[in-house]
Design a protein. Sequence first.
Length: 373
Amino acid sequence: MSPSPSASRRRVAVVGTGAIVGGSHLPALRAHADRVELVAAVDVDQGRLDDFRELAGGDVAGYTSMGAMLDAVRPDLVLIGTPPSLHKEQTVAALKAGAWVLCEKPLCLSLAEYDDIAAAEEASGAYASVVFQHRYGSGAVHARELIASGELGAPLVAHCQTTWHRDAAYYAVPWRGRWATEGGGPTMGHGIHQYDLLLHLLGPWAEVRAMAARLVHDTESEDVSTALVRFENGALATVVNSVLSPHEVSRVRVDCSEATIELTHLYGHRNDDWVYTPAPHVAAERAAAWSTPAADVPSSHTAQLGALLDAYDNGARPPGSGPDARATLEFAAALYKSAFTGQPVHAGEIAPGDPFYPAMHGDHPHWAPKERA
């Protein structure tokens, strides 16, 4: 007897029922309704939980304790959308219960925490992915394929820009701007999407030289950072992460020997946001073949969830997990270490025993957490 359609659907629980879950994860689950079933939601705020369950519809069980939910429901997949300081503990708990995890960025607050998650993966056989949805739009997939194939020539120069604006009211939320609860400033909480995409396009980074500052906001962490980056393939890049910029834009540009690729957007991209400019010596017929794919898949939680479900069905490590996602977190740690010490940092340098391994501030006297009224 063949299984019913519902029997083959993955049973999903969400942890945290705030705006990111209701606005991004819930639509993704609905888009994949033939493959997933939302069975439970967790939130410490009973009112918010009730509102989400009403929004979600159907028979979604509600819990105010993640442990109680895992014991009772035993979900296949857990989506985590809580504040960053909770991510590591909740991810490890889900893995120990045998569930796969898709967690909002940052997956955790340090490389030490990431390695704890990796150990939990190894022990459980389940996997934890971080939400890096900008990798998954059709435009990004197409650009990566063109670069990796060598069709655009050698990558030479790149620019990665996350220049956004956040006011004092934004930082009035108690967990924002503090190392222990957010893990950092725009380097960790905002620009990470763009430079993750840059790393996804260009491959492993080799060296970082950086600066950071608090120019406006009264926070423990920075409100702007900049970096110069050398990649293993020899390409050089600049990275800017800001929450001080009235004209908001997200931008990635890669100059290869045969063409320039430019992506300009704000919080998500489609095919039309990608522009290819051929070098003068490139024939028009060849450049025409670089046109964006016929299917226009926006970068989104929906696209990433689909990729994760494909991996689940195949019993394979999902994209945005393991060493791949660790490299992006290591880049953040290296940027902070370089900015705070004034020294270049090389890939693989931050290991147990390094002060920047357990905490992004590295216990630096000018940047370590301080008491604020």
